[in-house]
Design a protein around this ligand. Structure first.
Ligand code: UT7
Length: 328
């Protein structure tokens, strides 16, 4: 039997930073940011770490399912901004939420982290290795942004989402299909220079601001437009679905123009495309679970809906997942 999402929740920090926040700090303006990206504002977590955002999301997710933290078998945290390099954010989250019977780990796949995590968690459910898996996706991007670099700091925000996976009772519902891809040649266009074993942190690396996101925007843009659209169209084709069959596209929120290109390739009406980039910017592994949770809690996800998740990000990593929604 396939794995199915049986509960979900998200959290975004309360502090809102509008585009105008950057205007007196770097050479940018609201108009440029809106027209090039679609972003109007984002949330930054002023205090605390990634797991402090995940705790309320996990608690809401468990409470809406009516289960206790002790029932979770495994917790996966997709992120590039864990509280610490080690122990894992998963271990810290386990302690903070009382998931005493869970094992777990962090998963690093940048903007595609949630998709990778979902398929990993689904595999554990389908194989019978676990009964209840929490898949979390989120990032505190403000912890790795160079606020003097106008080409990156305006793009990102902080936030996270969580889903609970269990075994579906009906083979037609749940995670139906997935296409996951990776191309390490993309690594040179979106990365962090220092802080890993290749270049450990030193006075010099800090002085040179090498612990921040570096992105060659246009190169990533060109690959993202093609990559995300390709996998989204392919998953429809190979499941014999046409645009009318799809209820929602939930794309990674990096740039409104990349989202539009993906929807066009799928032949989807813009009304079926979930966009919240204007409120949150790019929360990396958080974008897709936040969109999914907002859609669900707004009452717009219905039993039997086909939804396509699609992402593209650092690595490069990209992919699409087809879900037949099974929550009533
Ligand atoms: O989620 C992970 C994956 N990431 C992505 O998918 C991001 C993909 N890339 C993008 O979304 C876009 O490339 C950006 C939004 C990052 C940039 O948009 P763009 O249309 O590709 O702009 P550009 O990099 O070609 O820059 C155009 C101009 C440049 O000035 P010149 O050389 O034409 O004089 C930039 O220096 O805009 C300038 N610029 C800015 N101007 C005002 C760059 N950043 C800014 C800024 N404000 N913040």
């Amino acid at each position: 039997m396939p794995a199915i999402i049986t509960s979900l929740a998200h959290f975004v920090p309360p502090d809102i930073f509008k585009n105008s926040y950057f205007e007196d700090k770097i050479d940018t303006n609201d108009e440029w940011i809106r027209t090039r990206t679609g972003i109007i504002e984002r949330r930054f977590q002023v205090e605390g770490a990634l797991t402090d955002m995940l705790v309320p999301a996990v608690e809401q997710c468990l409470s809406e399912r009516g289960i206790s933290a002790t029932e979770i078998d495994c917790v996966i945290v997709a992120t590039i901004t864990p509280d610490n390099v080690f122990p894992s954010a998963a271990a810290t989250l386990q302690k903070k939420t009382g998931m005493v019977n869970a094992w777990g780990f962090d998963l690093s796949a940048a903007c595609s982290g949630f998709l990778y995590g979902l398929i990993t968690g689904a595999g554990l459910i389908e194989s019978g290795a676990a009964k209840k898996v929490l898949v979390c996706g989120g990032d505190k991007m403000s912890s790795i942004l160079n606020f003097e670099d106008r080409t990156t700091c305006i793009l990102f925000g902080d936030g996270c989402g969580v889903v609970l996976l269990e075994k579906s009772e009906d083979p037609a519902f749940g995670i139906v299909d997935s296409i996951l891809k990776m191309d390490g040649n993309g690594g040179e266009y979106l990365y962090m220079t220092a802080g890993g074993s290749a270049k450990p942190a030193s006075f010099e690396t800090v002085e040179n601001k090498e612990h921040y996101v570096v992105q060659e925007g246009q190169s990533v843009f060109k690959s993202a437009v093609v990559g995300m659209a390709d996998v989204a169209a392919e998953i429809m084709e190979r499941n014999h679905l046409i645009a009318d069959d799809i209820s929602w596209l939930i794309p990674h929120q990096a740039n409104l123009r990349i989202i539009d290109a993906t929807a066009r390739r799928m032949g989807l009406d813009s009304k079926k495309v979930i966009v919240n980039i204007e409120k949150y910017g790019n929360t990396t592994a958080g974008t897709i679970p936040i969109c999914l949770s907002e859609l669900y809690h707004d009452g717009k996800l219905h039993y039997g809906d086909y939804i396509v998740l699609a992402s593209f990000g650092a690595g490069y990593t990209w992919g699409s997942i087809l879900i037949k929604w099974g929550m009533k």
